[in-house]
Design a binder for this molecule. Structure first.
Ligand SMILES: NC(=O)c1ccc[n+]([C@@H]2O[C@H](COP(=O)([O-])OP(=O)(O)OC[C@H]3O[C@@H](n4cnc5c(N)ncnc54)[C@H](O)[C@@H]3O)[C@@H](O)[C@H]2O)c1
Ligand SMILES: [Zn+2]
Ligand SMILES: [Zn+2]
Length: 345
């Protein structure tokens, strides 16, 4: 089969690989129909993710059809259409029992990281019963690819952790796919204002179409003052950090109102200052989270009932043979205006 393989920093190549086989009773082998590229895949290709070694098939998102199952799989059969979660969970360990699938002792984020992933014709998925989700008949499978990672991430790490509530004021810093996923799912709770912050005017325009009530281009370094002006000097109840750099976490600290919550989503590669000398008396909470994908079944229902339309995040489509072009397009998002790219296998 064809697969996109990480062969060391800067080296993503299409290779011929043997079709994966069942290795444990809980495994399934899934024929991948559609996959996508995540910002994390770009980080791996730069050599920033130490756990992902050369030779790894990349990709942790996708939908497909079950090709074969191990003897212990009871929830799925060959031929079933499934959504592949970016997080694998055994459902039995201490962390899984607490709903923290991302910390599963034999799972977590392993696909396209420590085991071969979904940017291939077939993928082996461990703990299939508790890591795959059935796709309802007639569903828009392309749109459901957005449920493998970005929608649960924006919702769980941003909206739920940030305690977005009716009538509240929210700032989302970063209008990439994750920030936009937080923007879409924050609207389940009818906040009064959602202020979107980014450096890219195109992404801010998309954010307005997706429901942002105000946007701030922070490239002039005055976003904190603009955010305070938009909230009459009060600040925001929820500040969602969806970039992963020191400046954006700083901005969240600068605009948070007393009693507010800073919900960090961004993956931080460098240390960040925490201004407790200003914040200690402000009754704020700061949360962090690796996406658990515990809300995937709920999000699936909101897509089925058309309360949520994740297909709006898809900007480009490619075939597997064009995946290097897809990486290039996704990697030049500011020029190409890419949000999410779909790769059909
Ligand atoms: N916690 C988790 O489980 C989890 C899961 C997936 C992704 N992430 C992380 O979420 C973050 C966002 O992911 P994404 O795919 O949307 O990334 P992305 O790179 O596509 O988007 C980031 C956005 O931030 C903007 N930006 C960059 N610097 C900025 C600044 N100084 N001020 C304002 N905006 C700025 C960029 O213009 C871009 O639109 C990343 O750090 C990613 O690694 C976390
Ligand atoms: Zn991802
Ligand atoms: Zn587990």
């Amino acid at each position: 089969m064809k697969a996109l393989v990480y062969n060391g920093p800067g080296l993503g190549v299409i290779e011929d690989r043997p079709k994966p086989v069942i290795q444990a009773p809980g495994d399934a082998v899934v024929k991948v129909l559609k996959t996508t590229i995540c910002g994390t895949d770009l980080h791996i290709l730069k050599g920033d993710v130490a756990s992902c070694l050369p030779g790894r098939v990349l990709g942790h998102e996708g939908v497909g059809i079950i090709d074969s199952i191990g003897a212990g799989v009871t929830a799925f059969h060959a031929g079933d259409h499934v959504l592949i979660s970016c997080i694998s969970s055994c459902g039995k360990c201490e962390y899984c029992r607490r709903g923290m699938y991302s910390h599963c002792l034999t799972g977590g984020w392993i696909l396209g990281n420590t085991i071969d992933g979904t940017q291939a014709e077939y993928v082996r998925t461990p703990h299939a019963d508790t890591s795959l989700y059935p796709i309802p008949e007639g569903a828009d499978e392309e749109a459901l690819v957005m449920l493998s990672d970005i929608l649960p991430t924006g919702f769980e790490c941003g909206v739920l952790n940030g305690k977005v509530a009716p009538g509240c004021t929210v700032a989302i810093v970063g209008a990439g796919p994750i920030g936009l996923a937080a923007l879409l799912t924050a609207q389940f709770y009818s906040p009064a204002e959602i202020i979107m912050v980014d450096l890219d005017d195109n992404r801010l325009a998309v954010a307005r179409q997706f429901g942002a009530t105000q946007t701030i281009n922070s490239s002039d370094g005055k976003a904190a003052a603009a955010g305070m002006a938009l909230t009459e000097g009060r600040g925001v109840d929820t500040a969602i950090e969806a970039v992963g750099v020191a400046a954006t976490f700083q901005l969240c600290q600068d605009v948070i109102a007393p009693g507010g919550t800073i919900a960090n989503i961004g993956v931080h590669g460098h240390k960040v200052d925490l201004h407790l000398e200003r914040l200690w008396s402000q009754n704020i909470a700061i949360t962090t989270r690796l996406v658990d994908t515990v809300t995937t079944p709920m999000l699936l229902k909101t897509v089925q009932s058309k309360k949520l339309d994740p297909s709006r995040l898809i900007t480009h489509r490619f075939k597997l043979a064009q995946i290097l072009e897809a990486y290039d397009t996704f990697g030049r998002a500011a020029d190409s205006k890419a949000l999410k790219v779909i790769i059909s296998i």
